[in-house]
Design a protein around this ligand. Structure first.
Ligand code: FES
Length: 162
């Protein structure tokens, strides 16, 4: 069977077009993978942490529990957002320091130190923790997190994750 010239020309043009499109698609894909990674990776980054300076460690009062506030900027994906909060510093009479997270282990509200009862209390569901962060009452079953800290050049540094 004989084909006419016009049909062959259209068929040949179609093949050329498909071949060109496939090559262009491949090239775009190859170039696009690193480009897509560049744009997507910040959004996929896992939480990280940093050492936060809370000032001169000797300013803490022995035998007390004190609220230490912080605020710093954090890059979250493509945004830079303020990170604010506080931790609880327990300073024993001998000067030993323990830093508790203020995050309740039930549903992450902030716990408050109640000096009158010597407990940490969570206002959300009345969770209570003793002076060592152990759960006493309410829904929390896990103790408050104890945060890593160190003294550097007389300053108290606490490792915070976010
Ligand atoms: S969040 Fe603290 S008791 Fe529920």
């Amino acid at each position: 069977m004989k084909r006419n010239g016009k049909a062959e020309s259209i068929s040949s043009d179609r093949r050329a077009f498909i071949k060109t499109a496939a090559l262009c698609g491949g090239a775009i894909s190859l170039a696009g993978i690193p480009l897509a990674g560049y744009f997507i990776s910040p959004a996929l980054k896992k939480g990280t942490g940093k050492w936060v300076d809370f000032g001169v460690a000797e300013d803490l009062t022995p035998g007390s529990i004190e609220m230490l506030s912080y605020e710093f900027m954090v890059k979250d994906g493509w945004q830079v957002l303020p990170q604010r909060g506080f931790v609880w510093a327990k300073t024993e009479a001998a000067g030993n320091i323990q830093i508790f997270s203020s995050t309740c282990t039930h549903l992450a509200c902030n716990v408050i130190w109640r000096e009158d009862e010597k407990i940490f209390e969570c206002p959300c569901h009345s969770g209570r923790f003793d002076i060592n962060g152990r759960p006493l009452a309410g829904p929390p079953t896990r103790p408050l997190s104890v945060l890593e800290h160190k003294i550097e050049d007389e300053n108290l540094l606490v490792y915070l994750t976010f």
